[in-house]
Write a new protein. Structure first.
Length: 157
């Protein structure tokens, strides 16, 4: 169920999504509120799990992980325990950056990163070939990063 947000909350959320390091003073100025009011609102947004975390975006190539793969995974059986087991394995794998449970032809879409093809091949052995419930997987190699982000468009309620 969606929460209700006033214009000040929307401004705060938009600004924090773009730069989580923005100071309370700048947030207060942009939102037209006092610093104390912004601090209370941010604390409330975190407590209500509207804000779920803060991250630093790292350039994968600069840390030795220049390759990105989109992997569509089909399971043999779609029992709840099998779905949960695959989800846990994907969550535990550091090379899996994102994991989505889907409708349609594939059951999961994974966004993975690797240092090279050999490292990705090792990932496929661990995550897919060693799992008897994986029917098949299809991989696309990302040719270029065109847009990266997790910013959610937020409207005033």
């Amino acid at each position: 169920m969606s929460e209700k947000f006033d214009a000040s909350d929307v401004t705060i959320l938009r600004l924090l999504q773009r730069d989580a390091r923005i100071g309370l003073e700048a947030l207060a100025e942009e939102a037209g509120l006092s610093v104390a009011s912004v601090q209370r609102r941010v604390k409330s947004l975190r407590a209500r799990k509207v804000i779920t975390g803060d991250v630093a975006l790292v350039d994968p190539a600069k840390v030795g992980m220049p390759m990105t793969f989109v992997v569509m995974v089909e399971l043999e059986r779609e029992r709840l325990d099998q779905i949960d087991a695959f989800t846990r394995r994907a969550e535990a794998e550091p090379m899996v950056q994102q994991c989505y449970y889907l409708t349609g032809e594939a059951d999961f879409c994974l966004i993975c990163t690797a240092s090279d093809m050999a490292a990705f091949e090792e990932l496929t052995k661990r995550l897919f070939f060693e799992d008897s419930n994986v029917r098949r997987f299809r991989t696309s190699v990302v040719m270029g990063r065109k847009k990266i982000g997790l910013e959610v468009p937020i409207e005033k309620s």
